[in-house]
Design a protein around this ligand. Structure first.
Ligand SMILES: [Cu+2]
Length: 198
């Protein structure tokens, strides 16, 4: 086979791969909300899309400088990921990473429950340690401010469909916050991470 025909085949392959990705692009607006599921194929697409973030595995930090997709997995492996926590967030292969987001950007949060428990995602201005009850008592009366409070995702029951939630989060209030799960006991056990908007 000549060099030019190899080149042509390679080019065609690249075009096909790019086409496959654009076909898989979602109309996010129609999927924002509760009760949706994400299958393995969509999951790998979101993993691909969230690969563009600046990740520092040594400092367990993710920098988000432009509007992007952030894939947030909840307790994948059901505690078998060598985590010291039973309940935790896994983002870009890191457990409860610190997220540093530029002020004014929109982050598409793709939250996927991979655990056999209910979880949600909240962003608050209160640092740890957290009480057993975040809602309905534990932190009432304090000056807790929520930037985000999501619905609860139902437990993952096996198979190739994961309970999911997509949220457009506008990082437009500079400050230091924490993302956490408000299910009783989860944040107390370590299901939280820091998020800085600067
Ligand atoms: Cu939880």
């Amino acid at each position: 086979m000549s060099f030019s025909s190899k080149f042509l085949i390679l080019s065609a392959l690249i075009v096909l791969i790019l086409a496959a990705f654009s076909i898989n692009e979602y109309d996010y607006s129609s999927q924002i909300g509760h009760g949706m599921v994400i299958n393995e194929e969509q999951l790998s697409q979101f993993k691909y899309e969230s690969n563009g973030l600046i990740v520092n595995k040594v400092s367990n930090t993710i920098y988000i400088n432009n509007s992007s997709v952030l894939l947030i997995e909840q307790s994948p492996g059901m505690g078998k990921m060598n985590s010291t926590f039973e309940e935790y967030f896994m983002i870009n292969g890191m457990i409860n990473p610190t997220i540093i987001a530029k002020d004014g950007i929109r982050i598409k949060l793709v939250v996927i429950n991979m655990d056999n428990m209910e979880h949600n995602l909240a962003i608050i201005n209160q640092p740890p340690p957290y009480p057993y009850m975040i809602m309905g008592g534990g932190m009432m009366g304090s000056s807790v401010k929520f930037l985000l409070y999501s619905n609860y995702l139902p437990p993952y029951s096996g198979g190739t469909n994961y309970p999911a939630l997509i949220i457009n989060f506008d990082a437009n209030q500079m400050g230091t916050y924490w993302y956490l799960c408000t299910y009783p006991g989860h944040a107390q056990e370590g299901m939280y991470g820091k998020i800085v908007i600067d």
